[in-house]
Design a protein around this ligand. Structure first.
Ligand SMILES: C[S@@+](CC[C@H](N)C(=O)[O-])C[C@H]1O[C@@H](n2cnc3c(N)ncnc32)[C@H](O)[C@@H]1O
Length: 372
């Protein structure tokens, strides 16, 4: 059993020699929580944002946890955990649940891979404080370079006692005890009077209740997009700003919105409802629109995941371009926006079809690609 961690893989996420399925934070979390895990009863352990399954399967195999409840924002993480459980013979030892009372009710030990954003951490902390056992211990681990004092403050809003462990291999764990239940502040709501739009956002959703400049730039081209389209897909919908604006601007259009993030899917649904188009936007949680049929859509709008310099991140955008090419019918249009420093045009031409720049500022480029 002790080798269980060495058996884990990242698939279906990108695999590469320098990319690991189990990192130093996973190992530190499992070590720091070892004593608490050893005395937790069945159903008393919960895990949040396990990257590929190391926390869940490590808690089960190394520390005897049973009936673990797991919430992962990203679908790719959920899939990797399922595959790793199968690979290690641990299928059935845990259960995926939404971020809510079903995750936290009665939990006494919770392992959390710190999310990137403070709002995501706040939502997790609120959910845990609202329904975990009064003697719960929450272990939040992250890379030291990504951890700030603001994270302690966020945890202190939901727990009376927050302390930090010593760092090990550039990771650190925050330990929170003494839940202070409060009403959830999510999804958050913001009205954007200039667009006549209400945005609702869960903690982990891209841009929160703000509207990203790239999103605004793409919105500016809405009137010019495939005028005869009957079906449109907002690919990677985030809080659902584009799907909602599109549904509202074109009453005859059937609008799909897809994202792999659970927070994005819940936010898109909430934003569409808040603007009176809840019945007109069908929201899917899937990876790269895999549940959308080939050649079934007339228009795809896409504000792809941010480029941060790494090859892996660029390929995340490429995957979505390829997905757009697959779901568009011949003659259908992909409208996308990206940082002008990026050279996406040849990739778009290859993965979708002839591509034209519609708008270019020093910061953003909007293109339309016609499916060949
Ligand atoms: C830059 S955000 C744009 C969100 C929204 N369309 C907007 O403009 O505000 C990119 C979105 O793509 C989603 N995403 C990234 N990779 C994805 C994938 N493989 N499948 C589905 N969605 C993905 C992210 O979760 C994120 O919500």
């Amino acid at each position: 059993m002790s080798e269980v961690l060495s058996l884990l893989r990242r698939a279906p996420d990108v695999e590469a020699p320098d990319l690991v399925a189990v990192d130093a934070t996973d190992r530190l979390l499992l070590d720091e929580a070892a004593a608490a895990l050893a005395i937790a009863g069945p159903g008393e352990v919960a895990v949040v944002d396990d990257a590929y399954g190391a926390l869940t399967l490590g808690a089960v195999a190394l520390h005897g946890a049973a009936g673990v409840r797991v919430h992962q924002d990203l679908l790719v993480g959920e899939r990797a955990l399922a595959r790793n459980a199968e690979r290690t013979g641990l299928t059935g030892t845990y259960r995926p649940v939404p971020l809510g009372p079903e995750l936290a009710a009665g939990a006494r030990v919770v392992l959390v891979q710190a999310p990137k954003g403070l709002e995501a951490l706040r939502e997790i902390a609120e959910v845990l404080a609202a329904s975990a056992a009064p003697d719960v211990t929450v272990f939040v681990g992250g890379r030291v370079k990504h951890m700030t004092h603001a994270m302690n403050d966020v945890l202190r809003d939901s727990f009376t006692d927050v302390s930090a462990t010593l760092a090990r291999q550039k990771s650190r764990v925050l330990v929170a005890r003494g839940p202070r239940p409060s009403a959830s502040s999510f999804p958050r709501t913001q009205e954007h009077a200039d667009l006549g739009l209400v945005v609702r956002a869960h903690g982990a959703a891209f841009a929160g209740t703000k509207i990203d400049v790239g999103t605004r730039t793409l919105h500016g081209a809405l009137d010019r997009m495939a005028p005869d389209a009957g079906t449109a897909l907002d690919l990677g919908s985030g809080t659902g700003v584009l799907a909602t604006l599109l549904a509202r601007a074109r009453p005859g259009l059937e609008v799909l919105a897809a994202d792999q993030s659970a927070a994005a899917v819940a936010s898109t649904t909430a934003t569409a409802e808040a603007n009176g188009v809840g019945g007109r936007v069908r929201v899917l949680r899937d990876d790269a629109a895999e549940s959308v049929d080939d050649a079934s859509v007339d228009l795809v709008i896409l504000n792809p995941p941010f480029h941060v310099g790494a090859a892996v991140v660029t390929s995340a955008a490429d995957r979505l371009f390829a997905a757009a090419g697959r779901v568009l019918r011949p003659g259908g249009e992909l409208w996308t926006v990206y940082n002008s420093a990026l050279r996406y045009k040849p990739t778009l031409a290859r993965l979708v079809g002839p591509t034209r720049v519609v708008e270019q500022t020093p910061k953003f480029t909007v293109t339309v690609s016609t499916r060949r």
